[in-house]
Design a protein around this ligand. Structure first.
Ligand code: NAG
Ligand code: NAG
Ligand code: NAG
Ligand code: NAG
Ligand code: NAG
Ligand code: NAG
Ligand code: NAG
Ligand code: NAG
Ligand code: NAG
Ligand code: CU
Length: 682
């Protein structure tokens, strides 16, 4: 495919120098948490379980972080260390992961129960400590079972060191200071699905019905959103023409989803074992509807540019983002600056963060921010508003993205595979060790449609979160390597060769804990090699010159073939980590492996791990001089909701869509480039 050819065009073997590991000034050491605490920035969160705000979105019991959803943002500068204290006032156990944070020297602060810590019990306080080594947008989220889908997430923004090279001059050489100022006020925006059921209820239904669930209730933006219930005609008019190939004469459900008994998306071999009677009506078929509010962010044309950082904290959908009449300058992906790309739309996959500038040069008014599910699995969108100061709330702008993720004008999409790091940063030209992983439905549970494997053999068992002695707390010499526990040696270069079995190869956003990796190649078709060197000899294309440097990457969707991708990283962060799909029900269904990095130099957790001994350091984030970056700080909470018109349980078609019968031209270019993240591609 064209995607593969693109790689070929870029493929060139360079004499790569090893990546330098960042040595941060006030790095925390693993000997004692409390010995380091004095100088760290205190940041504490209070977790409670209770009803979410009905004026924002579907109300239900949720995890509230200091009473809100999302939680307050943490703002630091490279070199700062943080004492992150969790007050667990929920009736449930938990663990908090710092997504994308390397945890160099602090592997006990990665927050994965069963891997790097014991669960945090109800009514107790637990302190994490880590150092901000790399700038950019990250986020904290629950890593106990599916609690992230119950609302536990908040942004982490890390300002660059004063001497960091920034790509602002490549965007607008006459506005470097303006762009720098805008970047320091970057606004994190969470995009997620939001469901009536808690994740544990959702997963229980999925298992009882024996399906691979892929139908959500709503898309929310910073916790705001509605469940729209447009007519069947409207849904059909917005869907990709490719959906018809999956539907094979059937129709999308009232919620815009492929039916739960679609042989193509569920796998024909499972249909005989389904128990669709266990599906509540509103799981797929009945759209109940809910009128929440649209998140509104106010921008000021005097600033010249606005910086956003979209964070996908969804359990199911990959989302595509557009703002009417505004282009994006993408400058950072997963916390790493890139050679900027100017685009009209950007897909943000689960776990990813994508930052961009919007030039504030349009007529003052309200412009719709569109967030469409990027997969074929469900036709639905969420909305927010970018409101210019002085615009008198007039709704302006031209839409480029419809309710079912079809572009309605000619657009330039973002190509994540071509996101070259800025400044250039390259991996070693060869690997010392390779692992071949094979994503497929679990071969050991051949009748269970919800069960997945990442290794190709066994499923990662979610109950590890509860009982097992965390891998980091075991004697590593006694832990046998297996398909679920990969072991490496310090300083090695490792290739994770990830194959995704066909015939329907879905896009899986695979996230790696600890240090970032280089995505050195991806393609459609077989990959019958056990190492990259052999694949290069056979003519397979790789990009060793400017590969994306990220903590997550999404596999190419394909039909009729498997697909593959290779992550290369250096073992420079000893500890026990996870590699997993960030689609929550795939992860809970077993799509994960543990990696024990540097078993020859394996760390021991400090004796006072988890102890509370918070420091009194100050965050060096520009403009912050308090010890806490509270929820009302710049870049968060600046939005306001539109008037809530009350709770409605009647079905309604979004007013904006009743008229326009939009084009159903499929974006084959996007598809061929592997840019359009199709949850179920054909
Ligand atoms: C948390 O506890 C409540 C009350 O026991 C329960 O209803 C809910 O399902 C739990 N949530 C999770 C994520 O375990
Ligand atoms: C489409 O449906 C027909 C029967 O309705 C069936 O014979 C055919 O195999 C289906 N095609 C696919 C690709 O599932
Ligand atoms: C949110 O925005 C969408 C798209 O502009 C619109 O259809 C919908 O009515 C808005 N919702 C509210 C509550 O204002
Ligand atoms: C969608 O974008 C592609 C790529 O620019 C373009 O070829 C296609 O015509 C666009 N579709 C519509 C309906 O404008
Ligand atoms: C996961 O572990 C639990 C507890 O040991 C066990 O009951 C369950 O059968 C396991 N599941 C799978 C799929 O192996
Ligand atoms: C994908 O599969 C089709 C047949 O199903 C085949 O013709 C094509 O060559 C395959 N593409 C690749 C890249 O393997
Ligand atoms: C890969 O191996 C399989 C099984 O041996 C074989 O059917 C297939 O043709 C091979 N593909 C390539 C591209 O060599
Ligand atoms: C801290 O911030 C306050 C309010 O923004 C300001 O008045 C004060 O001068 C600042 N102090 C320092 C030391 O920067
Ligand atoms: C969260 O709430 C706790 C308890 O009220 C408070 O001590 C803490 O400062 C708050 N955290 C933030 C980041 O605002
Ligand atoms: Cu997945």
């Amino acid at each position: 495919m064209a995607f593969t050819r693109l790689f070929k065009a870029l493929a060139a073997i360079t004499l790569a120098s090893s990546i330098q590991s960042v040595a941060a000034g006030s790095s925390a050491s693993s000997d004692s948490v409390c010995a380091n605490a004095g100088k760290c920035v205190p940041f504490s969160i209070d977790l409670t379980w209770g009803p979410s705000d009905p004026s924002k979105a579907i109300s239900r019991n949720a995890i509230l972080t200091n009473g809100s959803l999302p939680g307050p943002p943490l703002k630091l500068k490279v070199g700062d260390c943080v004492d992150f204290t969790v007050h667990n006032n929920m009736p449930n156990v938990t663990g908090i992961h710092f997504h994308g944070i390397r945890q160099n020297g602090t592997p006990y602060s990665d927050g994965v129960p069963g891997v790097s810590q014991y669960v945090i019990q109800p009514g107790t306080i637990y302190q994490y400590q880590w150092t901000a080594e790399e700038s950019g947008t990250y986020f904290y989220h629950a890593h106990y079972k599916g609690q992230m889908a119950d609302g536990l997430y908040g942004a982490i923004i890390i300002a660059p060191a004063d001497d960091a090279k920034t790509p602002w001059g490549l965007i607008d050489s006459s506005a470097v200071a303006t762009l720098k100022a805008a970047s320091e006020k970057v606004e994190p925006v969470f995009v997620s699905d939001w469901n009536r059921r808690t994740f544990s209820e959702f997963f229980a239904v999925e298992q009882a019905a024996n399906i691979d669930g892929a139908c959500s209730d709503s898309i929310v933006i910073n916790g705001y959103g509605s469940q729209y219930c447009p007519s069947a005609e409207f849904i059909a008019s917005q869907a990709s023409p490719l959906a018809a190939l999956v539907l094979n004469g059937t129709s999308l459900t009232s919620k815009g989803c492929f039916p739960p008994n679609s042989p193509i998306t569920q796998g024909g071999q499972y249909l005989a074992f389904q128990n669709l009677a266990a599906l509540p009506d509103d799981f797929y078929n009945t759209c109940i509807g809910y009128k929440g509010a649209n998140y509104t962010t106010v921008v000021d044309a005097k600033d010249g540019y606005k910086a956003f950082s979209f964070i996908n904290s969804a359990s199911i959908p990959l989302v595509n983002i557009a703002i009417d009449s505004h282009k994006f300058w993408i400058y950072e992906v997963n916390g790493n600056y890139i050679q900027p790309q100017q685009v009209d739309q950007v897909v943000v996959a689960n776990g990813d963060r994508i930052s961009f500038f919007v030039k504030l040069d349009q007529t003052p008014g309200d412009y719709t921010i569109r967030v469409a599910n990027a997969g074929l699995n469900q036709v639905f969108s969420g909305f927010a508003v970018m409101s210019y100061k002085g615009g008198n709330d007039q709704v302006l702008g031209i839409e480029s993205l419809n309710y079912g993720n079809q572009n309605t004008t000619e657009i330039v999409p973002f190509n994540p595979a071509l996101a070259a790091p800025y400044p250039p940063n390259v991996p070693a030209t060869s690997a010392d060790r390779s692992f071949v992983l094979d994503i497929q439905k679990s071969p050991q549970q051949p009748t269970e449609a919800w069960a997945w494997t990442l290794s190709g053999i066994s499923s990662y068992n979610q109950t590890n979160d509860d009982g097992q002695v965390p891998l980091l707390f075991q004697d590593v010499s006694q832990i046998p390597a297996s398909d679920l526990i990969l072991e490496t040696l310090d300083n090695e270069w490792v290739d994770l060769i990830i194959k995704i079995s066909g015939p329907i190869a879905e896009p899986h956003p695979i996230h790696k804990h600890a240090n970032k990796f280089y995505m050195i190649g991806a393609g459609v078709g077989d990959f019958n090699f056990t190492n990259v060197a052999d694949a290069i000899t056979a003519g397979y294309p790789f990009n060793l010159q400017s590969p994306p440097y990220v903590d997550g990457f999404t596999s190419i969707p394909a039909n009729g073939n498997g697909t593959w991708m290779v992550f290369r990283y250096q073992v420079n962060t000893p500890g026990a980590w996870l590699l997993h799909c960030h689609i929550q029900n795939h992860f809970s269904g077993g799509m994960a492996v543990a990696i024990l990095d540097a078993v020859d130099n394996f760390p021991k957790p400090p004796s006072d791990v988890g102890h509370v001994c918070t420091g009194t350091g100050k965050s060096n984030y520009p403009g912050l001089n308090s010890t806490l970056s509270s929820g009302s700080g710049a870049g968060y909470g600046s939005g306001s909701s539109t008037n809530n018109e009350g709770v409605s349980t009647t079905s309604s078609t979004p007013a904006a869509y009743t008229g326009a019968a939009s084009s159903v031209t499929v974006s084959m270019t996007s598809l061929a480039l592997g840019l359009l993240a199709l949850a179920f591609a054909l």
